[in-house]
Design a protein around this ligand. Structure first.
Ligand code: ZN
Ligand code: ZN
Length: 641
């Protein structure tokens, strides 16, 4: 991705580029002709007659406009869906695709008899249906879904929970067309989503496909709906619990309201009339997620609400996802809508979209009164510790990390990678950029401006005041250069050096300068267990102490240890996952530690030669000499005034 292109590569690149231009020209000519004439009607029908099979049944009914008919229509499954940037190829779960001429009357469903139309699979994600010179046709298929997540879908005997991108094909060149979605639930199951207006609603209208798949939907007999109002807007806390709630739901709803109040206090009232927190307590120790949408969020906790730690973790996700109402869903990077689902997303701005949201998610828990200063500082200290100890920190910038999203955002890796050594996540890195940038702006302007002002100005300029750039949504997307310009304008000083060194570069963020402005400082301390010898434990392995990754240039690498090695003994004594760091802490710099590992069917003896301490912890603390002005700046930051 970086580096200098060779001459041959340049020539080859140029040739490909020209070929692509020609191809694009011809494609857009086709696309243009069809896009000018929207479909007369486009209706999605979803049913789920056999929940235990995990098969959603989808029919897409198309009425073509009068006049010249195209020979065929292409239907395509997205390769990925917004908010999670790994490529999953949803087409892999599609089965039994068929097409019929005409549209069955709604009540008859699958029983109506109309002639079959030819369907040809064109590529990995596309099915082509011949129109046979008629104005209406239906494509039907089943799609398997058995994952409870913010990206996939699940149908089983307990519920249906779907994210549209994983089950609905779009009609190629007709993503901008208005759509109707009609759902037939099994028996007495009730339907709810972020666009529900009536209790018994089964049909929805959406302005386009992109907004339809932005509306995750829950269908089950037994979800609950608690409501509250802020600024005249209705908030629904829809909960589907698979475990004991321990009587904590009323408190949870009350604390979610505090978060809503803190975040709307910063941004002003949101533009919707109602918003839905769709929360699952999966109680399977496995499913966990949070996904942002225009008028809802889908939150999945792996535990039961009554269990220790689940309550706080839910609020963490709520604070993050609700901030996305503004940052990402409306104020959005240029590439985030309308989307091209035929190839992975490429944007340099996920450190703004996700990283700054992470920062504010934590800050808002403080502003909402759910954390005290100490809890908030501890959380930010952990993030500093995480980033400063990550080997990839000196190799990958925040913008490179954003561009690597298809590889690092939940991507499955069958092939072994070196990403543990070379990558960082734009979530914690972006969080720290937000934190440091905020404190520098507050310090240099003496509290007259802050990152809050930058965010509001961005929202105003790009979402509220820009003319619509596409069919998808109000306003237009921004680039990271736009963000740099607006931040500099709001701050009143040039931030290009900051962006060059810390956003596009990999220099250590100027923590000292930033925290000093508010009478704080960052202490770097050797950890109590100062060595790991460059070994990251694979916690997925249930029992053995297995090496998950070896840090570049570490004692473990020098000793020839590898990912997958099972460590049997250290210093001639048996060692486990639990006491590995404690065992290493008995040694000091220069010590030679014998280690024995199992690799395949061999046992290998090696020696770890320990260098300087490797593990450090960072702690934000108050300076005793903080001036009253610095304390006032700090209070304004933490309380959001
Ligand atoms: Zn459910
Ligand atoms: Zn997020």
């Amino acid at each position: 991705m970086t580096g200098i292109m060779s001459r041959t590569l340049q020539t080859r690149f140029l040739r490909c580029f020209l070929a692509a231009l020609l191809l694009l020209g011809s494609l857009s000519a086709i696309g243009h002709a069809q896009a000018e004439r929207p479909l007369q009607s486009l209706t999605y029908r979803l049913s789920m007659s056999l929940p235990d099979t995990h098969l959603f049944e989808v029919s897409i009914e198309v009425e073509l406009p009068k006049g010249d008919l195209p020979k065929s229509l292409d239907f395509q499954m997205p390769k990925w869906s917004p908010g999670r940037y790994a490529v999953f190829d949803f087409a892999k779960n599609v089965q039994e695709v068929e097409a019929i001429g005409g549209i069955c009357p709604p009540a008859t469903g699958l029983k109506c008899t109309l002639p079959s139309f030819p369907v040809t699979r064109v590529d990995d994600q596309t099915w082509r249906v011949s129109t046979m010179n008629t104005h209406s046709l239906t494509i039907r298929y089943k799609v398997f879904g058995n994952d409870l997540s913010g990206t996939f879908s699940q149908l089983n005997s307990r519920h249906a929970n779907f994210n549209g991108g994983s089950i609905f094909m779009y009609v190629v060149n007709h993503k901008p067309d208005p759509v109707t979605l009609s759902i037939t639930p099994p028996g007495v199951w009730r339907i709810v989503n972020g666009r529900t207006e009536r209790d018994d609603q089964r049909e929805w209208q959406f302005p386009n496909y992109d907004v339809m798949i932005d509306t995750p939907t829950e269908i089950a007999p037994n979800w609950t709906d608690d409501r509250f109002q802020v600024d005249g807007k209705t908030y629904h806390v829809v909960v589907h619990s698979f475990g004991d709630e321990g009587g904590k739901r009323p408190n949870l709803v009350r604390d979610i309201e505090k978060i809503v109040r803190a975040e709307t206090a910063m941004w002003g009232p949101p533009e919707f009339d109602s918003y839905t927190f769709l929360i699952h307590f999966a109680a399977d120790d496995m499913s966990g997620d949070g996904m942002e949408h225009l008028t809802s969020t889908q939150i999945i906790e792996p535990g039961a609400l009554g269990e220790e730690g689940v309550y706080g973790s839910t609020l963490d996700t709520v604070a993050h996802e609700f901030f996305h109402v503004w940052n990402v869903k409306r104020l959005r990077p240029l590439e985030l809508g309308p989307w091209d689902f035929t190839r992975p997303l490429n944007t340099r701005a996920l450190w703004v979209a996700e990283g700054l949201t992470n920062y504010y998610g934590h800050l808002m828990r403080r502003r909402a009164g759910l954390w005290d200063d100490t809890a908030f500082m501890r959380r930010e200290s952990q993030t500093i510790t995480q980033i400063e100890n990550a080997p990839g920190t000196r190799l990958m910038s925040a913008e490179d990390s954003s561009l690597s999203a298809p590889f690092i955002d939940g991507a499955p890796h069958e092939q072994k990678t070196n990403l543990d050594n070379t990558s960082i996540s734009y979530y914690p890195k972006g969080e720290l950029i937000g934190l440091v940038l905020d404190l520098i702006i507050r310090g240099k302007t003496n509290g007259r401006a802050s990152l809050d002002d930058v965010m509001r100005r961005m929202y105003d300029e790009f979402y509220l005041k820009s003319p619509n750039a596409s069919y998808y949504l109000r306003g237009r997307g921004y680039t990271t250069e736009d963000f740099q310009r607006v931040a500099s304008e709001v701050a009143g000083f040039d931030l290009s050096d900051f962006f060059r060194r810390y956003v596009r570069g990999v220099e250590t963020l100027p923590y000292d300068e930033a925290f000093a402005n508010l009478g704080l400082r960052v202490i770097r301390e050797q950890a109590r267990q100062p060595y790991n010898a460059g070994i990251a434990i694979d916690w997925q392995e249930k029992d053995e102490l297995t090496i998950g990754a070896v840090r570049s240039g570490s004692p473990a690498e020098d000793a020839g240890l590898q990912e997958g090695d099972e460590i049997v003994s250290l210093g001639k004594k048996n060692v486990s996952r639990e006491n590995f760091l404690v065992s290493l802490a008995r040694y000091k710099q220069g010590d030679r530690v014998p280690v024995s590992v199992k690799r395949d069917r061999r046992t290998i003896q090696a020696t770890l030669v320990l260098g300087a301490p490797e593990r450090f912890e960072y702690r934000i603390e108050e300076r005793r000499d903080a001036t009253s002005q610095q304390q006032a700046l700090r209070a304004a930051w933490l309380k959001g005034s």
